[in-house]
Design a protein. Structure first.
Length: 266
């Protein structure tokens, strides 16, 4: 991984959020890469529950100030950054007062997904891509964690397909247990098409967990599974799209992720 760039995109990362398999993996992989001489950058949403003072977040003025159009509405993009203590890893936070100020992450106090999670996903996806462009930093591997990042492969390979900075980037989607409540807004396809993305989106006619992850697999170059109980629907999609797969047991091995990246994508 020496001198290789890896972009990690996740809905959760420790130490900014509680420990889960997802948040720990989103920290472990970039640390593993950093320890081997690679360069990493991590992106995650700036939820309202993240304590900015404790974690020493600060706004990056040169990266903030852009408006992203989400379903024909201008939404201001704010970028904040912090460094993980004792590690040489920078974390970039995608922020917007309407989408991320609330004191919950993706599920409300009644255990239901927020009605605007679809738009939050689009905003987060476009915010990451636009910020990486501004950084002028070309990732060799992009590793997406969690269902909230499942639109990223589609957008990078369609909406941003002519951006030179992503020409050589390979996308690896990491799949976890289904923790997505319910179904997203059924108008998700229309909101994606508003961005002049006119590919076949039949996979997300019903935008639930299985369909979103299926879409991510279709537009990814490889997959890592963090669950032994993959649904038959997703198992079928892995077989259909024929992507290289790192299974859960091998992902737990020392240097399992970096060996996988080097074998297939570097």
């Amino acid at each position: 991984m020496q001198n290789k760039n890896t972009l990690v995109i996740s809905s959760e990362v420790v130490p900014y959020l509680p420990e889960t398999i997802l948040s720990k993996s989103s920290f472990k992989i970039p640390k593993e890469i950093n320890d081997m001489g690679g360069q990493t950058r991590i992106f995650m949403p700036k939820y309202g529950i993240i304590n900015e003072r404790r974690h020493q977040l600060h706004e990056v003025i040169r990266l903030s100030g852009m408006n992203l159009i989400i379903n024909d509405i201008d939404m201001p993009l704010i970028i904040k950054v912090a460094s993980i203590p004792k590690e040489r890893m920078q974390v970039y936070f995608i922020d917007n007062e309407d989408y991320f100020k609330r004191k919950q992450m993706l599920i409300d106090t009644k255990g239901k997904g927020f009605k605007d999670n679809d738009e939050r996903m689009i905003f987060f996806t476009k915010g990451v891509l636009e910020t990486v462009k501004k950084l002028n930093w070309s990732p060799d591997v992009i590793n997406c964690h969690g269902w909230f990042t499942s639109l990223f492969p589609l957008y990078m390979k369609t909406y941003f397909n002519n951006e030179p900075i992503f020409n050589k980037s390979k996308i690896v989607t990491s799949i976890y247990e289904n923790d997505m409540p319910g179904v997203l807004d059924k108008k998700l396809k229309d909101k994606i098409k508003f961005d002049d993305i006119h590919v076949d989106l039949e996979l997300i006619n019903k935008p639930d967990y299985n369909s979103l992850i299926s879409l991510a697999i279709k537009y990814s170059d490889g997959v890592i599974t963090y669950t032994d109980s993959l649904s038959s629907a997703l198992a079928d999609k892995l077989q259909k799209f024929d992507r290289p797969v790192l299974d859960f047991d091998n992902a737990k091995k020392e240097n399992g992720h970096t060996d996988f990246f080097k074998k297939y994508f570097l």
